[in-house]
Design a binder for this molecule. Sequence first.
Ligand SMILES: Nc1ncnc2c1ncn2[C@@H]1O[C@H](COP(=O)(O)OP(=O)(O)OP(=O)(O)O)[C@@H](O)[C@H]1O
Ligand SMILES: [Mg+2]
Length: 369
Amino acid sequence: MGSLGEKILVVDDNAEFIDFIRRFLESKGFQVSIALNGKTAIEKTLSDIPELILLDLKLPDMPGEEVLKSIKEINKDIAIVVITGFGGEQVAVDMMRKGATDFLSKPIDHQVLLSSIKNALEIRDAQIEDGRFDRYPSLEKFFPFLAHEIRNPLHAISGALAIIQRRSDLKDELLSQSIKIISEEVNHLNEFVQECLNFVRPPNMVRIAAVETNEVISVVMNIISHMFELESKKIRIVTDMNPNLPKIYVNYEEIKQAFLNIVKNAFEAMPEGGQFTIRTRHKSDSPKCIEITFIDNGIGIKKENLGKLSNPFFTTKLRGTGLGLAICHRIINERHGGRIYIESEENKGTTIKVELPVGRPLGEVSGVK
Ligand SMILES: Nc1ncnc2c1ncn2[C@@H]1O[C@H](COP(=O)(O)OP(=O)(O)OP(=O)(O)O)[C@@H](O)[C@H]1O
Ligand SMILES: [Mg+2]
């Protein structure tokens, strides 16, 4: 956090407050600059665009709302966190509709400030990434548009929910359950949007590195054990890993995502428990390939569905997006020259074999993971 020295402009006319914020943010590795009024804030934004602006809505020379509008006109990618005095939350929610990412009420707690900045910078990065897809046709164009349209209201909902949470009596069981439902559904939509974007992420963003397959699998299993905390107690996990596999030259994050989607499906297919096996091997007839096999003894797949699995949106689950295997297909087959084989029998279980070439691709190699 702050390790890249992101630039933050603090806009506030209270010298004591500015001093507190500056010292704290600098200690976290950010580059901090200051504007004591709206006019200076706009000038500073024009001359040296910051990644994030902490904007007090009460400024001596102009309304914070106007400053926000001007900043967004200069560069819509700047993250803006609005700061209000006590009781200014109504205005702040309105500001979020106009492009602010979050708001904080004075007095501000260090940790709340830091997590708000971190979150705003992450959202900013995601939005910049959404914007990069403009030149891609059909789904490639539609998904980022959809992501943008859904993410903005979701941020507003999250912000409004945070207020409700702060102001509510959470001992009221029904109320706290309702808040939990809203928050879970917002997360679900956020994940859906992310999956849509993963599906269309263009190949030119692929970063290749030398990766240990067994290591990726242990990271994936660790993530899964958190995702399926209860279920994993009923699922026996058998690993059969070849310790002498060569490194593969792949995009680590993408391969991790593909394996995660496969393992997640396997766990979802065993709601009553079962056995899950992962095996890594050299491909027997081709030393230039490795094989990763995922075997579950869950509900299996109907014969008539086997041909539809990698179609985007094919799902038999109530809350599925049907993008998991479509993303795997893109990542493994289209971007890494590998193959996925699926065998399954209803009520017996499913075996998914992934083949990946070992060879160093022609593309750029960015380092060793
Ligand atoms: N291991 C498995 N066992 C049984 N069915 C599976 C398995 N893997 C995939 N499927 C079937 O393939 C369908 C498509 O899987 P995919 O991962 O693409 O989407 P999903 O799991 O339905 O949704 P999401 O992955 O977005 O949560 C699933 O709905 C399920 O019917
Ligand atoms: Mg899935």
